[in-house]
Design a protein around this ligand. Structure first.
Ligand code: AMP
Length: 425
């Protein structure tokens, strides 16, 4: 029989890590829903044309797209990110503005797999469509900031920049092209190749050969119109008012072409250099129009779940994702007491597990220990005859025998009451 392994760049997210993944999404949802953002679930694949709007100079589009012709002869692509799909949805459904949405889910990019860089990776993010207000940019950025803080991350740095509106950005790109062309001889081979496609990305180069040419490159700030400069100043004033610390870095250009004005990135100082961006975003006025909708301002961000959890590991924060079991029922009679008691405990809001297959007392007690449960609830022949159970505290080994009908009340006295999941039988 053949045996199969995951494809390069994909992983099984196994328990307990997958639980931590879910918990992260819950914290994210709670953070952004507190600000009125509602969940959107766009499809995982779209017409290729939707993603081509991300820009011809974008690696995500030119080199990394998972695209194919389907059985109906449609040219389809798996989404490399979710902003384009959300903008397509906006253009299609024309909701009331401002439209504030959040999402979570996988994206696909044919990248060279390495630690923190995968071909299928998850993001959580928000998008707001239908407003140009700079204070909205500040709100969006601060939500991401709060989210990192709620996870317990302390070593995340916010870097911000403004790339100006389309004409300013265009003039800046021309100036950059001229600058780098005049120093082409000095550039690394990779940057010389990037220059032809996207001079902005040369600014991103961390290669030593490029350092001098990058350092002497023109700065975007001298290309900003008065309007763009005041928009950027208002974003920074908003962040100051909220006490969100930031660093302005004029070299921050980001990988996607559609950004206008505000761009930002969150960098984990506890992750390795090349893959240390845990999230990023910006304003993308014009994208909805490119997708056939009305002229609409937009701003948002996406946070990489994989890398954020790597940053949590590096900082030793945000738990393990393991499901805590309150009680493990050990039944060495016919198993029916365990069937009923676990059901009662779950209905009362506790987490309860048990063994199957008529295992021995020793084996079931081992399973109880392995489960990490706070209590073992033991039903032997004597307890079954008297309709009682012995509740053993697995950390202190103290135990007490109580009526089965009083088990929930007994646990409530130690663990506190929980929100019932359903009415007990
Ligand atoms: P982007 O959509 O390129 O702006 O990326 C936003 C965030 O998604 C990045 O800061 C990363 O945390 C994460 N990310 C992007 N590409 C990958 C990838 N191939 N593997 C893992 N995470 C990624």
């Amino acid at each position: 029989m053949p045996s199969f392994q995951t494809s390069p760049g994909t992983r099984d997210i196994l328990p307990p890590h997958a639980g931590r993944w879910r918990a992260l999404t819950d914290v994210f949802a709670d953070t952004v829903q507190s600000a009125g953002y509602e969940c959107i679930i766009p499809p995982m694949f779209e017409d290729l044309g939707v993603f081509l709007r991300l820009g011809e100079a974008t690696d995500v589009v030119t080199k990394e797209m998972y695209d194919f012709v389907d059985k109906g002869d449609r040219h389809i692509a798996l989404r490399p990110e979710q902003t384009a799909g959300v903008c397509r949805a906006f253009a299609q459904h024309r909701p009331v503005t401002p439209w504030k949405v959040w999402y979570s889910g996988p994206n696909f990019r044919y990248e060279k797999p390495q630690a923190g860089r995968y071909r299928q990776f998850d993001q959580v993010g928000v998008e707001v469509l239908g407003s140009d207000d700079a204070l909205l940019d500040a709100e969006v950025i601060s939500l991401a900031w709060q989210f990192f803080a709620r996870l317990g991350l302390a070593k995340v740095e916010l870097v911000v920049n403004s790339l100006g509106d389309a004409p300013e950005r265009g003039a800046y790109i021309d100036a950059l092209r001229a600058h780098f062309e005049s120093r082409r001889g000095e550039l690394s081979e990779e940057s010389a190749a990037t220059l032809a496609r996207n001079p902005l990305r040369v600014l991103d180069s961390k290669r030593p050969a490029d350092a001098a040419a990058v350092a002497s490159a023109p700065r975007i700030s001298s290309f900003l119109s008065a309007e763009s400069a005041s928009h950027f100043a208002a974003v920074l004033a908003g962040l100051d008012a909220l006490g969100v610390p930031y660093r302005v870095n004029e070299m921050l250009v980001r990988g996607l072409d559609y950004y206008r004005r505000t761009t930002f990135e969150f960098v984990s100082l506890s992750l390795d250099g090349a893959q240390n961006a845990v999230g990023g975003g910006g304003r993308y006025d014009g994208l909805v129009e490119d997708l056939g909708g009305p002229a609409t301002g937009g701003v948002g961000f996406a946070i990489g779940v994989d890398r954020t959890l790597l940053a949590c590991d590096a900082e030793g924060v945000f738990g393990t994702g393991a499901v805590g079991i309150d009680a493990f029922v050990v039944d060495v009679t016919d198993g029916m007491a365990a069937l009923r008691l676990t059901e009662d405990l779950r209905a009362a809001g506790y987490t309860a597990d048990r063994a199957f297959d008529g295992r021995s007392m020793k084996s079931q007690m081992k399973a109880a220990d392995r489960s990490g449960a706070s209590f073992a609830v033991i039903v032997g022949a004597d307890e079954a005859a008297a309709a009682t159970c012995t509740v053993r505290d697995l950390s202190s080994s103290e135990q007490v025998t109580v009526p089965q009908s009083g088990l929930v009340a007994h646990l409530a006295a130690t663990l506190g009451t929980r929100t019932p999941r359903r009415n007990p039988r």
